[in-house]
Ligand binder design. Structure first.
Ligand code: FAD
Length: 330
């Protein structure tokens, strides 16, 4: 049976860098934020409370950690800092939203425990999920930091990949961007593509193909990922002849897109763009609905970094605080 509680000033949905940063700012501003941290799931890829950084070992590019920090540790610090100022964390998903169009009348959020939660302001910080091929060995080596990654900008510069053969799976603009970036470090960068032509724009293709260490393997898919503790290579299958060949690489970067976590917003009235990301109004965090804000990868298909998500979380908390004050919610 569904239960309803009194209205909160602010509910934050999502517990990645964007959600916790929004919570730190909101809690210090005495908005008594409640964070719905989400529950673990497998579809469309692994999702954990704490967000995408829970799937990585070393984070080397977040300012303030000169020696690097593991994704787990970093997200535990984020949560501890938010809780220190009075944030309350709830271990459930928000599965449906009934947003109010009238300031003063709170939004209703339905949880995976079938509770109805009322909130005057809401920050959507549910992130996005990297799409993976879906092979068991791929996920094993991605989780253990064994050489499989979904983010070249995050992991490409790690010492283990320097002057080594690396592979990128994909054929769109993101794959070309990731592959071009990796040519700075790798001995050879192989783009593995399942068709005989790339989907990427001409300019992005040329940027990659102009590098002396760039190679495209046409009509190939990754059939298996090889290596016990560290990646040793991939088993490729030709999509035309079905012939299987081994390619020795030390790093495998999956660049086949991301899925924004916005399914629960369908039908809620929040405007999404064509790719399903939350559409923001201008440079701040305001969505098309009053009192509904968004931050992090759920509203950013371009930069997708922990530090940009955290920055957007800060912006959303400040916007929510101003909106609540302007609408006399104290
Ligand atoms: C393998 C990997 C390695 C990476 N390495 C780095 C790195 O080294 N440096 C770097 O800067 N960036 C890195 N990134 C990118 C970085 O992780 C993301 O940019 C960042 O985590 C985005 O933060 P976010 O808060 O917007 O969303 P996310 O981190 O995606 O968090 C979203 C959260 O929302 C929760 N959630 C989703 N739906 C619901 C719901 N309906 N109800 C309640 N909760 C929900 C999820 O459980 C999750 O906890 C990496 C990404 C990946 C995949």
């Amino acid at each position: 049976m569904s239960t309803t509680t009194a209205a909160h000033k602010l509910v934050i949905i999502g517990s990645g860098p964007a959600g916790w940063t929004a919570a730190i700012y909101a809690a210090r501003a005495q908005l008594e934020p409640v964070v719905y941290v989400g529950v673990p799931k497998q579809d469309p890829g692994p999702v954990l409370p704490g967000g995408q950084l829970m799937l990585t070992t070393e984070v080397e590019n977040y300012p303030g950690f000169p020696d690097g920090i593991t994704g787990h540790e970093m997200m535990a610090h984020f949560q501890k800092q938010a809780e220190r100022f009075g944030t309350r964390a709830v271990g459930a998903d928000i599965v449906r939203c009934e947003f109010s169009r009238t300031p003063g009348r709170p939004h209703a959020l339905i949880t995976s425990d079938d509770e109805t939660v009322l909130a005057h302001a809401v920050i959507l910080a549910t992130g996005a999920v990297a799409n993976w091929i879906g092979l068991p060995n791929e996920m094993r080596l991605a989780r253990s930091g064994g050489g499989v990654s979904a983010c070249a900008v995050c992991d490409g510069a790690l010492p283990a990949f320097r002057n080594q053969p690396l592979a990128v799976v994909g054929g769109g603009d993101t794959a070309m961007e990731e592959a071009s970036y990796l040519t700075k470090f790798a001995s050879t960068v192989y783009v593995i593509h399942r068709r005989d032509s790339l989907r990427a724009s001409r300019i992005m293709q040329e940027r990659f193909l102009s590098r002396p260490n760039a190679k495209v393997l046409w009509n190939k898919v990754v059939h298996d990922v090889l290596g016990e503790r560290y990646l040793e290579g991939v088993l490729l299958e030709d999509t035309v002849t079905r012939e299987r060949t081994r390619l020795d690489v030390k790093g495998l970067f999956i660049a086949i897109g991301h899925t924004p976590a916005t399914k629960f917003l369908i039908g809620s009235g929040v405007e999404l763009d064509v790719a399903g990301y939350v559409a923001l109004r201008g440079r701040n965090s305001q969505t098309n609905l009053p009192g509904v804000f968004a931050a992090g990868d759920v509203a950013d298909s371009q930069y997708r970094q922990a530090v940009t998500a955290a920055g957007m979380g800060c912006v959303a908390a400040l916007d929510a605080e101003r909106w609540l004050a302007a609408n006399q919610v104290h």
